[in-house]
Design a protein around this ligand. Sequence first.
Ligand SMILES: *[C@@H]1O[C@H](CO)[C@@H](O)[C@H](O)[C@H]1NC(C)=O
Ligand SMILES: *[C@@H]1O[C@H](CO)[C@@H](O)[C@H](O)[C@H]1NC(C)=O
Ligand SMILES: *[C@@H]1O[C@H](CO)[C@@H](O)[C@H](O)[C@H]1NC(C)=O
Length: 482
Amino acid sequence: MFVRPARSLTIAVAVIAFCFMVSIFEGGLHSYSRNRLSIITAPVHEAPPPPSRIVDFWAKWATVMDKAKPKIPPIKLNRPASVEGSDKATGERAPMQESLGLPEDDWKLLHESHSTLVNAPGFNETNEQASSLFSGAGVVTVAGGPYLPPAILGIRMLRKTGSNLPVQVFLQSREEYEPEICESVLPALNAECFVIQDHLRKDAPFKVARFQLKVLAILFSTFETVLYMDSDCMALRNPAELLESEPFLSSGFLSWGDYWKATEDPVFYKIAGMSDFPKGLPAKSSESGQMVISKKKHLNTLLLAAYYNVFGPDYYYPLQSQGAMGQGDKESFLAAAVVLGNPYYRVKETLGTLGYSDAKGEFHGGAMVQWSAAEEYASANTSDKTKPRPFFLHANLPKLNVARMLDEKKIYQPGTETRIRMWGPEESTRKIFGSDIERMAWNEMRDMACELNDTMKDFKGRTNICQRAQEHYKQLFETETG
Ligand SMILES: *[C@@H]1O[C@H](CO)[C@@H](O)[C@H](O)[C@H]1NC(C)=O
Ligand SMILES: *[C@@H]1O[C@H](CO)[C@@H](O)[C@H](O)[C@H]1NC(C)=O
Ligand SMILES: *[C@@H]1O[C@H](CO)[C@@H](O)[C@H](O)[C@H]1NC(C)=O
């Protein structure tokens, strides 16, 4: 299923030629990704229906999760956990004090509910079921509304790496479904839309929103192997490099770390049925903006992570983070793997930060850099002490929605007309990445502003975004070569 760079280039060329052929017929492109034989069909103007085998699978486990619903009132935080000393948090994680102060009766009840899920008949066998439910490898993201433009940027940047991995974009609801984007813009990029709500039965036992969507998008994707990326995250190298090598092949789960030290209350592991605080955990918490996961090895991990998210805001988010920075889904995936004794690889290299310094010399962080798990692993037992190369850029401040960046003046230093190179000077960018990735990203953002100004819901009705993006590119990058 994985394509090597040389082959993927050929495929990319073929896809471009094919899309060109299709577009001259002005037919819906929608059929392309679903059925290569019927080239011309009327646009469908609705999201593709989810495969019923996946809907049934989720309906079954959602019912079990509902039976496993925590039977105590929501957990209250006394105060957010301190992340002081995060810089020095390296090596193995040491347990914090039990600071939520959960009475024994309470955590025992939580434990009982948790067991209802992990001891449900067939729970661990879901991994063996994965091959009949899911297939192939691909990229999954959750987007919609103002998050759709950064997601499309991410897909366009992915194509620049030579990867033609198919992409599934999950929207929360029908209201977020944009027919032109989903039925012609994305299929031309070998990407398609799904609506998360369509996967949930009308009588679904619980509602889902926000952070909870991520694990469901991964579960509902038809791919067996998922590279999940937040809509504001982009791959800088061909993901085949990670998917086809160790440590992914044997672990089936790659996870990256955050800035902050881990702050779970150790009582979480008692609730999860472990007698001791687990050994070998990384000192830092997780940054789940990108993950690679194989359902053949981890479908039960994903189900347990879904449980932690469904009952996250009232129970498992405070148990796993205690209100520390970025509390949400971030710890749920690794925690689930650890609780089930499933393998994982956690990248050791500390994430990097890109940003710029303003006129007063103040630094403004804008993007996180995460490194190649494959290179780190390969050089681990050798004398090679070079750092692994950058693999992902998680550009969260600002989100790379070109229209909003222009309208909200995010392209200038605050209160001035001075244009910003968001990720630092050209020279240092080239040194870290081998090319000026900021220029590459702006090249795509400019083209998106010009191609999609009449199409993308979030771009419509704005003034001259195409010209303004062209001007920004011209002022900052046009004199560059190579
Ligand atoms: C699944 O595996 C976990 C971890 O080993 C175990 O605690 C649980 O009891 C197993 N579930 C079943 C139904 O066997
Ligand atoms: C490096 O050594 C460790 C400990 O012996 C081992 O677990 C790991 O698989 C080795 N890594 C490689 C790339 O050989
Ligand atoms: C979109 O951009 C194109 C190219 O600059 C321009 O011709 C067109 O008028 C723009 N549409 C809107 C609605 O601004």
